[in-house]
Write a protein that binds this ligand. Sequence first.
Ligand code: MRU
Length: 349
Amino acid sequence: MSRAEALYWRDSRLYVLDQTRLPAQTVYVTCNSYQEAADVIRTMKVRGAPAIGAVAAFGLVLAAREIGENRETLLARLREAAGELLDTRPTAVNLRWALERLLNRAAATPGGAAELRRVLLAEAEAILQEDVAANRRLGAYGQELVPDPARILTHCNAGALATVGYGTALGVIRAAREAGKRVRVYAGETRPFLQGARLTTWELMGEGIEVELLADSAAGYLMARKEVDLVIVGADRVAANGDVANKIGTYSLAVLARAHGLPFYVAAPLSTIDPRAASGRDIPIEERDPAELTHFCGRPVAPEGVRVWNPAFDVTPHTLITALITDAGVFRPPFAESLRRVLKGGREG
Ligand code: MRU
């Protein structure tokens, strides 16, 4: 198992690992209100699509505690809190998925406020359990695609830290290792927030999985030297046609993988698929604080006043993706039909 859980719920409080302090310190932040839950998402103390969805779900559980016994007042408060939680980060669809799941469950539950509070907590706890189970299933499907031995390039952190546990892209790598395969991981540093350098290396080293850190800009040369067998990344939102929004730099890796004839896999649970986004053009892309680029560890590294473009994600067109690895199986192109089928409840072989 991983060294630290991204989040957990205990004694009516939400605990969130502050990932901005990793790898130096393992510190948990306590959330007692939905505003505090929104804050840990906004400030990226918790990050990764499934993990922020789970924190948002418990945010609603916390919001429900603020209201007395009136059912309608409670439902109105929940909608207000959901709006605020949704505004924290726009790209990862798991956030909307989790909030809508809880809101729908509450609206469909007869009874007073106490009963709604009970079902909200049960639903949020179900999301925790289901996420780990989905990642394990996804890992089992995905590891079949991993040769033995394998040199795997990944980007950002799509591991236990980005989910409730086990991870998506790193879940596939874990599963391959558990199947006895000899895996070696290359982790791109993932400028500018350094999720690869700070988190992926820490997570994999903690489990004794061989990992080597490289600058994002070294990926092409690594491929040209034939030192990588496949690329695997996670996703923040998968559109209905199979286009994938993921951490900025993912698209560049997909282009490089195509140029070098390497498989490019995306691992994501069904909760990351957005049937309302027809293609990548419908996915909102978060733009973050220019200071992430103009400063490094709080110190300026660019001329004061320089204009900055800092998209946190990019869109990889489905044409560059070899396969989507999900908890319902592995999908190959064309993706639109299999995604439609699976969202209606089918399974892929
Ligand atoms: O900005 P972040 O760190 O939240 O971005 C995370 C990613 O891009 C991950 O690859 C994605 O959320 C998948 S996590 C299983």
